[in-house]
Design a protein around this ligand. Sequence first.
Ligand code: KIV
Ligand code: ZN
Length: 387
Amino acid sequence: MKRIKIFDTTLRDGEQAPGFTMNLTEKVRLAKQLEELGVDIIEAGFAIASPGDFNAIKEISRNVGDVTVASLARTTKLDIDKAWEALQFAKKPRIHIFIATSDIHLKYKLKLTREEALKQAVEAVRYAKRFFDDIEFSAEDAVRSDVNFLIQIFTAVIAEGARTINIPDTVGYTTPDEYYALISTIKSQVPNIKDVDISVHCHNDLGFAVANSLAAINGGATQIECTINGIGERAGNAALEEIAMAIDTRKDFFNCETGIHTKQILKSSKMLQTITGVRVQPNKAIVGDNAFAHEAGIHQHGMLQDRTTYEIMTPESIGLNMSKIVLGKHSGRHAFIERVQALGFVLTKEEMEHAFHAFIELCDKKKEIFDRDIEAIIAKESVQIQE
Ligand code: KIV
Ligand code: ZN
């Protein structure tokens, strides 16, 4: 079965969005969780963009194991040098070099001709090859670029040593059918593409990011770039959890697999929500509070007869414990701590102690303790501790 690589860019494209800034400790914590989740590549930042990004890439490289760690870079020597400096401790470093290829970007943003952009791309990949084996090249705004120019630039960078070529929908403009056709054309028309990964990177401006990413698989994509909870520039990027569960649930249709340990999905999502303070909407696919809730009587009746009447995937498959009473007053400290950690919270000893006492108090008042009660306790307690 075809294996799709998952390239997570929560810490780069995701963190770039307003309201999602993370500090160094939080980034390292999330990167470790991404490794647990089974992503193939963690894009840890854009080394030259800020000292914060640089340090995060360096620390993440030191703290994760076998997973590939990537830094974004423009086509300049300075960017490439900085990326190498940040990634030198990574077991598996990757540089992700990009330049825009659409005439709109070339004319208004870069003020370059196509020939100049091509030259910069080739020279950058050639220079990066001195330090990196693993080079990814992105043609920014690919979907609004001339397809013949894309073929030309991809052929040239592969000849210089790029091992992955990325075809982003930077502005979330394309549709699934169009994107499928574009990926198929690149796959069939770039002469030296055979052993190269074809990557897709979709933004969600029209709500198509996940659908476009999935459509690209049948066109020949072997890598999908995405973020936890779909965070990212403007309307965000394709949501990792939706892609992973679509591929897993509809293996019959996609005929491929990822390395994602789906039982780690909820924990990863909750961890990001706790770190950033931004909750997903209740009806968010896969990880929203209502994603596995059955409210209507007729649905509940069906579920009691057989879960498959209204359930296409089990809550357990994403790590959601559906037992109604998650814990009671006799559960004890150990079970409480385990549940808190499974929900993605990382608390200090002092915070955990406060939260546990609040939990015991709540057990006296309330028969049924749900995950959302535990989340509420932790939110309240950590505010009090900070004050
Ligand atoms: O959206 C985009 O085009 C990007 C590139 C840098 C890959 O984020
Ligand atoms: Zn992007």
